[in-house]
Design a protein around this ligand. Structure first.
Ligand code: CUA
Length: 333
């Protein structure tokens, strides 16, 4: 039975050497520590397979071997076998020690952040129901962009409830908790686009809180950031507003086709009169839209609940102007 240990180590090593495209149980592997996670998973997996087969086989053998005729009484067997008892205590002890050491080592790898001077820091915010990623120059995007082969530190926060950033290909999962900062890190090992999810139930559109982790080849990240950051200068205000609408969370609650969602649709609201839950009315103009973005609770449209978070400090003036320009283009036919 002791000879099974090298065999298990072999199988675990085979799992580690498996193609980066993933295995039957595990998704593709794209971060520096993904192999550690998979090694431990496959170690526990093969230990479980081995003991399942061993126990099922012994049970069958014993059933047949020690079967007694109906009505027979079992004899007392109050003896014990010291060697057997030591073997079945020590072997599992060694196995759980290996599992503990593997788990603890992997935990330390993930929990200890790389030096901040050598890594890129990205601020991650969870908000019902969209992730936003803020880059060192202040630019905010709906996707996580990062360079390949460079440590990336993530500082996670939440504007409302608990969310959880989950990137299976990196084997990375970390909660975003309101009122505190959580940290995580990764070093991507190959360029590509990887799915990014919210892994903590956070309300109605939890399942739609998805994005991409886009890993750029060498030099590609800097070029992307330079290009993406200048969108206000590059695009017309209405186009920039549409981009902000799609990327900064507006589209999660406000449609542009008249359907009502968590909040009222933006279709045809400009220069129309809005009725509020306290019975007052006002014309939807630039200042009303600005107020609704900065202080959403000031006027609640009748029939809706006041659940919108404030964008105070999170949208620049030029970005609010662009959003207003976009809303103006949404006219009813
Ligand atoms: Cu955010 Cu689930």
């Amino acid at each position: 039975m002791v000879s099974i240990a090298p065999r298990l180590a072999q199988l675990a090593a085979a799992a580690m050497a498996a193609p980066e495209d993933g295995t039957f149980w595990m998704p593709e592997r794209a971060s520096s520590y993904a192999g550690e996670v998979d090694w431990l998973f496959y170690f526990i997996y093969w230990v479980s397979v081995f003991f399942f087969c061993l126990i099922a086989a012994l049970m069958t053998v014993f059933l047949l071997r020690y079967r007694k005729p109906p009505g027979a009484r079992a004899e007392s067997q109050a003896e014990h076998n010291t060697v057997l008892e030591i073997v079945w205590s020590v072997i599992p002890l060694i196995i759980v020690i290996v599992i503990f050491l593997g788990g603890f080592k992997g935990y330390l790898t993930m929990a200890v952040l790389p030096d901040s001077s050598a890594s890129l820091e990205i601020l991650v915010n969870g908000q019902k129901w969209q992730w936003t990623f803020q880059y060192p120059n202040g630019y905010v995007d709906k996707d996580l962009h990062a360079p390949v082969d460079r440590p990336v530190r993530l500082v996670l926060s939440s504007s409302d409830v608990i969310h959880s950033l989950y990137i299976p290909a990196f084997r990375l999962k970390k909660d975003a908790v309101p009122g505190r900062y959580n940290k995580a890190w990764f070093r991507a090992t190959r360029p590509g686009e990887y799915n990014l999810y919210c892994a903590e139930y956070c309300g109605t559109a939890h399942s739609a809180m998805i994005a991409q982790a886009i890993i750029h080849p060498r030099g590609g990240y800097e070029a992307w950031l330079e290009d993406a950051s200048n969108f206000l200068e590059r695009m017309s205000p209405a186009d920039a507003g549409r981009k902000l609408y799609n990327e900064r969370g507006c589209s999660q609650c406000h449609s542009t086709d008249g359907r009502s969602g968590t909040g009222p649709s933006f279709l045809g609201i400009y220069e129309k009169e809005a009725l509020f839950s306290d019975g007052t009315r006002a014309m939807v103009d630039e200042n009303y839209i600005r107020e609704s973005i900065m202080e959403p609770m000031a006027k609640i449209v009748a029939g809706y609940q006041g659940v919108m978070p404030s964008y105070q400090g999170r949208l620049k003036d030029a970005e609010i102007t662009a959003l207003i320009a976009y809303i103006k283009t949404l006219k009813e036919e």
